[in-house]
Design a protein around this ligand. Structure first.
Ligand SMILES: [Ca+2]
Ligand SMILES: [Ca+2]
Ligand SMILES: [Ca+2]
Length: 249
């Protein structure tokens, strides 16, 4: 038998960088593709999932050539689920000549956590009647998660919880959205109490929705009744009824 000193060359690739192993059918596992080309026969192989520390949490291994793919559902060796965090993986083979090669560590993240999201409107009473005073409202949005946002939606509902205006998008959320108080058909909304709520989804399908919050549209100028006391006055500095007190009700 001639045993060559030529080391095997190997590669490993994953189809996802982040998984959400929560059995909802969306990104629940990662598929690692393993490749080996070797002069000598392969004696054994392993694929290890490692937590920084380091601690080996999951080992896939066998004798001879590795399979083309290995799927991992975020479990430990005892099949229990691992907690959300970033892990690393490495692929290793030994050939029969005693050569060992290992791939560089690459990251793989488990994320089954919903994003933390918030929305606040300013001001929460406004009058979109074009008089230049409080005609617009601004929604401040925030998103916090291990994974980036995949999509988001801000909905404005009338008192009957019917959506009358919607802002949405893919990818990161805008920091703020300005709204002119018009509905989807461009009509200025009537006076009343409205709801707003934000929903967002991370790239591995974890969804979050905020509680309903309210704001008020008030386009009606306040009715001001002016009354004076006394009704008749004579500001001639004679000390008699020289001043009047105006009352705004
Ligand atoms: Ca999932
Ligand atoms: Ca998440
Ligand atoms: Ca106004």
């Amino acid at each position: 038998i001639i045993l060559g000193a030529t080391k095997p060359t190997i590669s490993v690739k994953s189809d996802l960088d982040i998984i959400s192993p929560n059995a909802d059918g969306f990104k629940d596992s990662v598929k690692f593709s393993l490749k080996v080309s070797a002069f000598n026969k392969i004696k054994s192989w392993s694929l290890k999932i490692i937590r920084i520390g380091p601690k080996i949490e999951r080992t896939f291994a066998g004798l001879g050539n590795p399979p083309e793919t290995v799927s991992w559902f975020g479990e430990k060796d005892d099949k229990k689920p691992l907690p959300d965090r970033q892990y690393s993986y490495t692929f290793e083979v030994d050939d029969e000549a005693g050569n060992r090669v290992s791939s560089l560590l690459k990251p793989i993240t488990i994320d089954t956590t919903k994003p933390q999201i918030q929305v606040v409107v300013q001001p929460n009473i406004f009058s979109p009647n074009g008089d230049g005073y409080k005609d617009e409202a601004s929604f401040a949005l925030s998103y916090k998660d291990k994974s980036p946002a995949a999509r988001w939606k801000l909905e404005i509902e009338n008192g009957k919880k019917k959506v009358i205006k919607k802002f949405d998008g893919e990818g990161s959320l805008p920091v703020a959205l300005t709204w002119d108080g018009k509905d989807e058909d461009g009509r200025t909304l009537k006076d009343g109490i409205y709801n707003y709520l934000l929903s967002a989804e991370d790239t591995v399908g974890n969804k979050m929705i905020t509680f309903r919050q309210t704001f008020k549209i008030d386009n009606t100028p306040p009715e001001v009744r002016l009354s004076a006391d006394p009704i008749l006055f004579s500001p001639n500095a004679d000390g008699e009824k020289d001043t009047a007190t105006f009352l705004l009700e």
